[in-house]
Design a protein around this ligand. Sequence first.
Ligand SMILES: [Zn+2]
Ligand SMILES: [Zn+2]
Length: 294
Amino acid sequence: MSHTTSREEELAAEIARLKQERPYLDNLFTSFGPMLLLRQRWGQNKREGETTITVDPLRYSSGMTVMQQCPDLLYDDRWHDAGLAVAGAIGYGFCELAGDMDYLTNRIRGGLDCCTLYRSAIELKPEELGRKARETGIQELSLAVFLRCLGRLMLSIKAQEIATELASLTWTKGYCPICGSFPHLAIIRDKGQRWLQCPQCSHEWSFPRMTCPYCEHEEPAGTSYLFVEGKKEEMAFTCERCERYLVTTDQSGNLRRTNADLIALSLAHFDMLVQDKGFQPMAECEWNTFATAD
Ligand SMILES: [Zn+2]
Ligand SMILES: [Zn+2]
């Protein structure tokens, strides 16, 4: 258990260090820090070897994701505890949502089934979410944030549990092989290899460095890397064909593996700079849309 504690403590220390180093992002670290720590904690308790998947290698290599092939993969007996943990972390990070999260916590303890809530809500059109929120007794924003964080937590646990099974299979697409989301971050590691990071399930997969993950454009003309002055390891890949960008960090000389979500958060100011140039993110996250809007 000391191992678990130290990984979480390391992440907490890294968040505190970045808060000092980048005070202009203080709000983001305060709001999202508790969720990052929660995912770290739950990731350490993953059930090794218990989750198995039936994935057809041919369909997989042609771009059919794990979730498309195994749609019930997410649903197990951990939703109740996950719901309580997520409501707690959101209430801690976002004081304006704390009242709704307390209310939700009491409802979950009183028998509200988080798995049923999630399954019924993901089938709704965006305009129907307000009705669901009223039925649940909380604001629409609270329900949206709760469901998003809960879904991400459950996806990221499953992604870790099946990562070894996927390692021997071939994946060549720019979207996540597990959940189908486009990446929110790329990390350059050893030998200059680019690893794309999934904002939903935190899975990572390698992808050619000069090809656009979004539209698969692979000509050097039309794609480039933008840099911020004085920070040679922080950049954004841009593609003029689809007008998307991907924040990228060069960690090739770094032996320590920093939490990818924390890296993405710490580059949130870069998102705004590139968006000002007319590019859209490949994946929308809380911090490159919702959190930076005000
Ligand atoms: Zn994913
Ligand atoms: Zn593109």
